[in-house]
Design a protein around this ligand. Sequence first.
Ligand code: UD2
Length: 297
Amino acid sequence: ESQQKVTQPNITVGANHPSYKNCWRTDVMMVTPWLAPIVWDGSFNIDILNAQFHQRGVRIGLTVFAIKKYTVFLKIFIETAEKYFMVGHKVCYYVFTDRPQDIPSFSLGEGRTLNVIEVTSYKRWQDVTMRRMQIISENCLKRFIYEVDYLVCSDVDMMFAGHHGVEMLSDVFAAIHPGFFQASRKQFTHERRPESQGYIPEDEGDYYYTGCYFGGKVEEVYKVANFCHHAMMADKAKNMEALWHDESYLNRYFLYYKPTKLLSPEYVWNNYYGSPVYVKIKRFLHVDKDFEKIRSN
Ligand code: UD2
């Protein structure tokens, strides 16, 4: 009888554990080949996670850039973040702008603050988006490291539409781009010129990550942003610019320094991609914009 126990272990023991219930999905990949969790709806117990993070009194910074005409997006971004982003935790918004006078005042929940930080703008929209990496890396050293434990870095033309909580947090996390979840390596729009610092060969690449949402511990975000900024500057010295700007350098970084957690496309959705069944909830949505109008100086 004892021999039978060894050869036929009771495999239902783990599955019956009270914390395990409703925390697994079989329709999607839930873990990367390097064993980083991929966060999907139905894959975590938020009460357990909240208790763990409250115990540590964790502080979360949310960086967002609203340069030139993009200040129009800020109101809906912050108002929806108040409803859904890290509710119940200490949150510090860092709004980088060249137009501080255009930033409205917001009524914020308890334990939440908003800092407006004036920065210079750039003429080309590509430079505006890429220089975010320089500004983030400098501020990691100057203030973030003293003020928060984790940073989340986001585009501004977005609105929260569902819970974004501490389940996202990890040493360094990236979000799978909604347009490339089911794409093959060859289809990823990585930078393919070997001379560029954003280069990823066609037979490499794990996922295609979006440039609009990433984060982690301040030390780790510093490494990400510092790499991307220097890669961009090295390309610039050669009169080059990676195909998708900061997003390309970010993908290059994450290929060789793998994220410790991935956010599923539920965390950064674009209605342009419809409503596939695997997206159980659209937690964060791109706001429609007229590219030409909004980017014109
Ligand atoms: C994509 C990426 C974005 C970045 C960009 C680079 C997604 C969803 N987003 O976005 O993260 O990699 O491509 O090509 O994949 N901004 C200003 N003022 C400006 C221009 C930009 O504040 O005049 C800021 C703002 O926070 C904005 C962000 O830069 O959300 C990215 O610019 P975008 O939204 O125009 O870029 P987009 O949508 O092509």
